[in-house]
Write a protein that binds this ligand. Structure first.
Ligand code: NI
Length: 194
């Protein structure tokens, strides 16, 4: 069964999500929700999904990057510092930016903003403290694309979306992104989209 993904303009995407209680963590209801979020994310070819996106205003995200993006060349994957990330669940996560001085810009999209991509500055390295689906403490130090995914998904829990911080002039439909921008080095993209 697939869940409906809330689209931009739905107020639930703009609220701060509440933490899960210890009773909820590991409960059949939350376990089932996680399973459905995993199916929904995979079906939509996403690399992350935050609970507010399926209209549950709770601090729960799922992440998985299989790196099977067929149209990204190995060079562009390298530029993005993108490697596979196995499926995992983050509950009540807290994010710390480890290198606030040097944000990096790449195109992002969001399952709640159909058919749009934009350049978004993100920290290269972050740390996240959270609980896993069984309630065990998880500590993550991430860099590159995984750090970007974490920042994007955890922003959803605060009611923030990538379009809030994307460079306005870089906004592109998905097909124009593939056609005009995807295969260019990001330094070139920056020059042309400003
Ligand atoms: Ni998103």
């Amino acid at each position: 069964m697939l869940l409906k993904i809330a689209q931009i303009g739905n107020p639930i995407l703009r609220g701060a999500a509440r933490p899960l209680t210890s009773d909820e963590i590991g409960s059949p209801m939350i376990e089932q929700l996680i399973e459905l979020m995993r199916e929904t994310m995979r079906d939509a070819n996403g690399v992350g999904l935050a609970a507010p996106q399926i209209e549950e205003s709770i601090r729960l995200v799922v992440i998985e990057d299989r790196c099977d993006h067929p149209s990204l060349t190995p060079e562009r994957l390298r530029e993005r510092d993108r490697q596979p990330v196995p499926f995992h669940v983050l509950i009540n996560p807290e994010l710390t930016v480890l290198d606030p001085e040097e944000p990096v810009e790449f195109f992002e999209g969001c399952l709640s903003v159909p058919n749009l991509m934009g350049l978004v500055p993100r920290a290269r390295r972050v740390a996240v403290q959270a609980l896993d689906n069984a309630g065990a403490a998880v500590e993550i130090e991430a860099s590159g694309w995984y750090a970007r995914i974490l920042q994007h998904e955890l922003d959803h829990l605060e009611g923030r979306m990538y379009v809030d911080v994307a460079a306005g002039r870089s906004l592109s439909t998905s097909s124009n992104y593939v056609r005009h921008w995807q295969d260019r080095p990001i330094s070139e993209v920056r020059g042309l989209s400003r």
